[in-house]
Write a protein that binds this ligand. Structure first.
Ligand code: ATP
Ligand code: MG
Length: 227
């Protein structure tokens, strides 16, 4: 059973409580836009770990055109370059539609009540939050760290604006002072890369070089994915 005690670990010579960041997505395929978000967030906030959590089957968009296993393999290949990046395959292992709220409940049980849990979402995903199952409850299980994404403005519908005003904080430090309950907005290096753009380029037999790691590019080409 998960302990509710958060034990200090040594980070840069200082005792710091464990904190876990997560980033969910379809990752169909994973690309440098995802990876740059992950490493910048780790560099800025020094979370103990960042887990990429691929969904089994997207709830709000069409079924991925390649298998969950291939998406998972590509994430594992991409994470080889940075030991702080971990892959959490629980949603794929579960083999049923992935509702974020269920994953967060799971993680909270595993991490205990006190460990800061930070859910990273791009601005486009945050704008769609009111369509997610039990979206108001998410904030009871995790903080939400909203990162900028090119071409997506902070243009909240009323209910999302109210939600944001209720929980917003101005300093990222606050994300480590409690287990959940805060929303922080952060501007990162803008990279206008998307999985859909990569899928389109593959179909057009155009190059996908430099949009994603070399080993992921090779995997796509060798397995003739997305054509
Ligand atoms: P698709 O084009 O198929 O929707 P995607 O590129 O949006 O794919 P997802 O797997 O849907 O990738 O995104 C997972 C998470 O990563 C989301 O929270 C999304 O907002 C964020 N994200 C993806 N690409 C970027 C990017 N270039 N910059 C910032 N955030 C991003
Ligand atoms: Mg997307």
């Amino acid at each position: 059973m998960a302990s509710s005690v958060n034990t200090p670990t040594e980070v840069n010579g200082q005792a710091e409580l464990k904190s876990v960041a997560i980033m969910g997505g379809t990752f169909d395929p994973i690309h440098n836009g995802h990876l740059r978000v992950a490493v910048e967030i780790l560099d800025h906030h020094n979370f103990s770990e960042l887990r990429l959590i691929p969904c089994y089957q997207p709830v709000h968009k069409k079924h991925p055109i390649i298998s969950s296993e291939d998406r998972l393999t590509m994430i594992k290949l991409a994470c080889q370059s940075d030991s702080r990046l971990l892959v959490d395959s629980r949603e794929i292992v579960r083999q049923e539609p992935s509702y974020t709220i269920n994953t967060l409940r799971d993680l909270r049980q595993e991490l205990g009540e006190k460990t800061p849990l930070v859910m990273i979402v791009g601005m486009d995903s945050f704008l769609s939050l009111p369509a997610w199952d039990s979206w108001h409850d998410i904030i009871h299980y995790a903080h939400i760290l909203v990162v900028s994404r090119p071409n997506w403005e902070q243009d909240f519908v009323r209910e999302l604006a109210d939600f944001y005003e209720n929980y917003r904080v101005e300093s990222a430090e606050e994300l480590k002072l409690s287990a959940a309950g805060k929303i922080y907005l952060e501007a990162l290096t803008p990279l206008s890369i998307s999985s859909s753009m990569i899928r389109t380029l593959c179909r057009q037999k155009a190059s996908i070089a430099y949009l994603l790691p070399d080993n992921v590019q090779r995997f796509i080409e060798q397995n003739e994915l997305y054509i």
